[in-house]
Design a protein around this ligand. Structure first.
Ligand code: S3P
Length: 182
């Protein structure tokens, strides 16, 4: 049964901003996975990578994603690499998962030099990660949203209109019917 609404996509694709707006529009709880992990672990993503490495971070990501989807439905903004763990792909396939897709160059401009993102290293490495992840974003998602040249509000509206076409009754207290947007 599909439960939560998950946003996936590469670093810089706006998962946090769009997740927040979507939650406001639908009246659901919103959780940003990176922020959640930092709060639960009491340290930053940068520190986790530095002290324990990427594999350890991926295990945490899996642990908390599993925990969150077992809770009442919510909006989850995942980290860009969540789809690199096969178990996460299985979880995401059971949710309403939207892939926020952008061309590489747009994302690169947004994330280059961001010190809060340990994997935003150099052009070639980021490009390689972007390319190798594309098929996994597609496999894990229910719908791919082409976000290029779209404002945040337009992306949010597109996701809502897709959800409206679905049988959303399984999401109790769904406020989709009450939405004034059409
Ligand atoms: C990562 C993306 C980050 C964060 C971590 C690893 C990745 O999240 O989870 O730095 O592997 O792409 P954002 O996509 O929110 O930047």
């Amino acid at each position: 049964m599909k439960r939560s609404i998950c946003l996936i996509g590469f670093m810089g694709s706006g998962k946090t901003t769009i997740g927040q707006k979507l939650a406001e529009a639908l009246g659901y709880r919103w959780v940003d996975m990176d922020q959640y992990i930092e709060a639960q672990e009491g340290c930053t993503i940068v520190e986790i990578f530095k002290q324990h490495g990427e594999a350890y971070f991926r295990r945490l990501e899996y642990k908390y994603l599993k925990e969150l989807v077992a809770s009442p439905p919510m909006i989850i903004s995942t980290g860009g690499g969540a789809i690199t763990t096969p178990e996460n792909i299985s979880i995401l396939q059971e949710q309403y998962t939207f892939y926020l897709s952008y061309p590489f160059e747009v994302l690169y401009k947004r994330i280059a030099g961001d010190e809060k993102r340990p994997l935003a290293t150099n052009y070639e490495e980021i490009l390689q990660r972007y390319q190798s992840r594309q098929e996994f974003y597609k496999i894990a998602s229910y719908k791919c949203i082409d976000c290029l040249d779209q404002r945040v509000e337009q992306v949010v509206d597109e996701i809502i209109s897709i959800l409206k076409k679905e049988d959303f009754s399984e999401m109790e207290n769904s406020s989709l019917h009450d939405l004034k947007r059409n």
